[in-house]
Design a protein around this ligand. Structure first.
Ligand code: ATP
Ligand code: MG
Length: 426
């Protein structure tokens, strides 16, 4: 036998048994973003490597270690997108969507990062992204957070996620804080690990995010960003909290929350859960007022978030919140006897004409009733329709209920749509 080829590690198939859950999540997402007037944008999965280096930042986990970067046949350096914000801004700039306009955009699709695969962490994963451009005030930070909160409401997850909130202040505040932080880190250099030492000068805020307990220990008495916030930055954050309080969205202020990407300023936030183990962040975002300009556009404020779909689906499965998921077929058509197969096909086509939402499967490949019923059962259909020679002669059909207690009945074919509508309604 020829050797089977396997999928790439960390890149998963979504099997027919998995897709109903994904489809349900996708539908809720579409409904939710529509409820806020957001428009869908679809970007390519491959971009110039420079796009991500310039936006996410050279000294970040993503750019340093996680990107799938390759040369194409022209010798150009391309990268499978590790996230969507940079591509979205690139597209917005390229097509003149951003300057002097308000744009509320969303997208959904695969992202690629070369990380160590484990539960909730994959090399191809999927994000739902929401990006809002053109409004600098905290009203818009509040709107996108409200939108994210509505996802949890729609899924029944409100009690299982908490909102962590922080502000990084304006770029000027950050610069002042940066100097103070570097001075502190220099004084504790011996307790820092290699990553922290390397980042100390290039991206010191990232050191705050370190998962190493020794590094965390020497951060306890580090200067606090809070003390370096300008009045304007404080006002931005205060306004956001005021709106969140007014609409009843609870949050925890987490001064250590800095996010792994360089482009954030002012608001940053994460929704975290305790139900997924180590991979507990299901949604993360913030404001990125400098990004559009950094990528060659005219200055345009922006704020957004990305939600990890695998983690969301895992969470819903773990908490058994997906409810009943649809089977592929509602009705399975069986036939046996001379001339009955074409009658069965014709009946199935008529049903599809008159009931466009009905999912009808016709038995193919022959076999006795017993075998056909087995298939009908396996299809998940609630009803089997049987065309035997008697039914064919009398323009009738026998209706057998595969779930529940209803008695089998034989009726005129033309009565079928009414009966099916009644039976499948609930
Ligand atoms: P983490 O700290 O878990 O590595 P991150 O800060 O790198 O997350 P973001 O870049 O903010 O993640 O991406 C937003 C969301 O996308 C995350 O909160 C998470 O839900 C999801 N996500 C990120 N990386 C992965 C991955 N490798 N596999 C599955 N989901 C992921
Ligand atoms: Mg990461």
């Amino acid at each position: 036998m020829a050797k089977q080829i396997q999928a790439i590690r960390g890149m998963n198939d979504c099997l027919p048994s998995d897709t109903p859950a994904w489809q349900k999540v996708e539908q809720v997402v579409r409904d939710t973003v529509a409820a806020y007037g957001y428009s869908e944008i679809r970007m390519p999965v491959v971009e110039s490597t420079d796009l991500f280096k310039r936006s996410i930042g050279e000294v970040t986990d993503i750019v340093e270690k996680e990107m799938y970067t390759f040369e194409d046949r022209n010798g150009d350096s391309l990268t499978l997108r590790p996230e969507g914000t940079a591509s979205c801004v690139r597209a917005g700039n390229q097509h003149g969507l951003l300057y002097n306009q308000e744009q509320r955009l969303w997208y959904m699709g695969p992202m690629f990062r070369h990380e160590r695969p484990q539960k909730g962490r994959y090399r191809q994963f999927h994000q739902i992204g929401v990006e809002s451009f053109g409004v600098a005030s905290a009203d818009m930070d509040a709107e996108v957070i409200m939108l994210s909160a509505r996802f949890w409401k729609a899924f029944g997850l409100e009690k299982h996620v908490t909102l962590q909130l922080n502000t990084l202040g304006s770029n000027a505040c950050r610069a002042a804080y940066r100097d103070a932080l570097i001075a502190h880190l220099e004084a504790h250099k011996d307790s820092l690990d290699e990553d922290a030492k390397r980042r100390m000068y290039t991206n010191p805020l990232r050191v705050l995010d370190s998962k190493n307990p020794e590094v965390q220990a020497c951060l306890v008495d580090a200067p606090k960003l809070d003390d370096y916030l300008s009045e304007e930055s404080q006002a931005h954050f205060a306004r956001l909290r005021e709106i969140l309080d007014a609409v009843g969205i609870e949050y925890e202020i987490n001064p250590r929350l800095v996010r792994g990407l360089d482009y954030y300023n002012h608001t940053v936030f994460e929704w975290v859960t305790e139900s997924l183990g180590a991979q507990g962040t299901v949604c993360a975002g913030g404001r990125y007022d400098g990004l559009v300009e950094q990528l060659g556009g005219k200055p345009t404020p922006g704020v957004g978030f990305a939600m990890g779909m695998e983690r969301l689906v895992l969470l819903l499965e773990t908490l058994e919140l997906l409810g009943e998921l649809p089977e592929p077929a509602d009705v399975y058509v069986i036939s046996a006897g001379s001339g009955t197969l074409s009658a069965a096909f014709a009946l199935a086509e008529q049903l599809r004409d008159s009931m466009p939402k009905l999912r009808v499967m016709t038995h193919c490949g022959g076999g006795n009733f017993k075998k056909q019923f087995k298939r009908a059962d396996k299809s998940g259909a609630r009803i089997a329709l049987i065309i035997g020679e008697d039914e064919l002669a009398n323009q009738q059909v026998t209706v057998k209920y595969l779930r529940g207690q209803n008695e089998q009945q034989t009726i005129a074919q033309q009565e079928l749509p009414t009966l099916l509508t009644q039976q499948l309604e609930d």
